[in-house]
Design a protein around this ligand. Structure first.
Ligand code: AHR
Length: 321
C-alpha cells in the first residue's frame, strides 16, 4: 500500500471511530435504578454516571428506592421527555410488559442492566447482565470442593423476592450441590440484598440451629448480606470463615477485607460496569440501527483468599465503590 492509500485508510478509520464514539454524544438517557441496597449497587450507579460523562451523554437518574411502581413512574416520565434511550435495572422480573410496550411504541430503546424481566424480548434492545445461574453454580461448586465428603448444613440468604438474581442464584447453587447428599440447605430466607437484613436473618438461623453449632456454611446471594451474616456469627461467639464457611456473590471491597481477616471464604465477581457495554451497544444502534446481541453476558470469576484479597481490596476501593 502506498503512503497516500495508507493515510486515506487511517483517516477513514479515525472518522469511523469518531463517529461511533460521538453517535451518542449529546444524547439524553434516562436511567431507572433500583436504589442503593448494596455496595455493588452504589458502585453500578457511580460507574454508570462516569461512563455517561465520558461519552458526552446527559444522564437523567431516577432512584426507585426498591419499588417497582417508582421505576414504572420514572420510565413513563422518561418517555414523556422523549429521551434517546432508557437503561433499567429491574427490581423484580414480572410486571413490565405494559410500560416496556409504551417505550417501544414511543420508539425509545430500553436496555436492561444486571437483572432480567419476564417479558417478550422484542420489548428491549439488549440485556447486559451476568449469567446468574452460573454465579450460583460457581458458588455451589466451590462449597462441594471445600467440604468434600463431610456433612454440611447450609443456610441460604436469598436476594430480593421475585428478582432474577435471587431466583437464578438459588437454582445454580442447588444444581451444583445436587447429588452431593452430604450437603443440604437447612434454611433459606430472603435478606433483601441488604447488610442489615442479612444480619437479622442470620441471627434467626443461628438461634434455630443450635446457636450456630449445626451450621457448616452460609451461602449469601450477595456480599452485603454475607457481611451482615459475618457480624451475626461473631456476635454469637463463633468464627466466620472457620466455624461457619461464608460464600457469596459480587466481589465488593468489603468481602475482600473480610477475606484478609480470615472471615470469608469465597465470592463470585459481578462487574459493576454494565453501562460500558450497554452504551457501546447503544452507540452502534443510534449510529446506523445496528442491532446488538440480545444478551450481553459479563464474567463470573471465583475469588478465594488465595487470590490476593488485599490487592483486590486496594484495586477495587475507589473504582466507584
Ligand atoms: O442484580 C445484581 C444484584 O443486585 C447484586 O448482586 C446485589 O448486590 C444487588 O443489589
Amino acid at each position: 500500500m502506498n503512503i497516500i492509500k495508507t493515510l486515506a485508510v487511517v483517516a477513514g478509520l479515525a472518522t469511523a471511530l469518531t463517529s461511533f464514539a460521538t453517535a451518542q454524544e449529546g444524547s439524553v438517557v434516562g436511567f431507572s435504578q433500583i436504589g442503593s441496597e448494596s455496595g455493588w449497587r452504589a458502585a453500578e450507579t457511580s460507574v454508570t454516571k462516569q461512563q455517561a460523562e465520558e461519552r458526552g451523554i446527559e444522564l437523567k437518574f431516577a432512584d426507585a428506592q426498591q419499588k417497582q411502581e417508582n421505576q414504572i413512574k420514572a420510565i413513563r416520565g422518561f418517555i414523556a421527555r422523549d429521551v434517546d434511550a432508557i437503561p433499567v435495572a429491574p427490581v423484580v422480573a414480572t410486571g413490565w410488559e405494559d410500560v416496556l410496550t409504551e417505550a417501544k411504541e414511543a420508539e425509545i430503546p430500553v436496555i436492561l442492566l444486571d437483572r432480567g424481566v419476564d417479558a417478550p424480548e422484542d420489548l428491549y434492545l439488549t440485556s447486559v447482565a451476568s449469567d446468574q445461574v452460573k454465579e450460583g453454580r460457581v458458588a455451589g461448586e466451590w462449597l462441594v470442593e471445600a467440604v468434600g465428603t463431610e456433612p454440611c448444613k447450609v443456610v441460604e440468604l436469598q436476594g430480593t423476592v421475585g428478582s432474577t438474581p435471587a431466583i437464578n442464584r438459588k437454582q445454580g447453587f442447588e444444581e451444583a450441590i445436587a447429588g452431593h447428599d452430604n450437603i443440604t440447605i437447612a434454611r433459606s430466607q430472603t435478606g433483601d440484598f441488604t447488610r442489615a437484613k442479612g444480619k437479622e436473618v442470620m441471627e434467626g438461623f443461628i438461634k434455630a440451629e443450635n446457636g450456630g453449632a449445626d451450621i457448616c456454611a452460609v451461602y449469601a446471594h450477595n456480599d452485603d448480606m454475607a457481611v451482615g451474616a459475618i457480624r451475626a456469627i461473631k456476635d454469637a461467639g463463633l468464627k466466620p470463615g472457620t466455624d461457619i464457611k461464608v460464600v457469596s456473590i459480587d466481589a465488593v471491597p468489603d468481602i475482600f477485607a473480610a477475606m484478609v481477616a480470615g472471615e470469608a471464604n469465597a465470592t463470585v465477581e459481578l462487574t459493576p460496569n454494565m453501562a460500558g457495554p450497554a452504551f457501546d451497544a447503544l452507540a452502534a444502534y443510534l449510529k446506523d440501527g445496528t442491532e446488538p446481541e440480545k444478551f450481553i453476558i459479563t464474567e463470573s470469576k471465583l475469588y478465594t483468599p488465595e487470590d490476593n484479597p488485599q490487592g483486590e481490596y486496594d484495586t477495587r476501593k475507589g473504582l466507584g465503590y
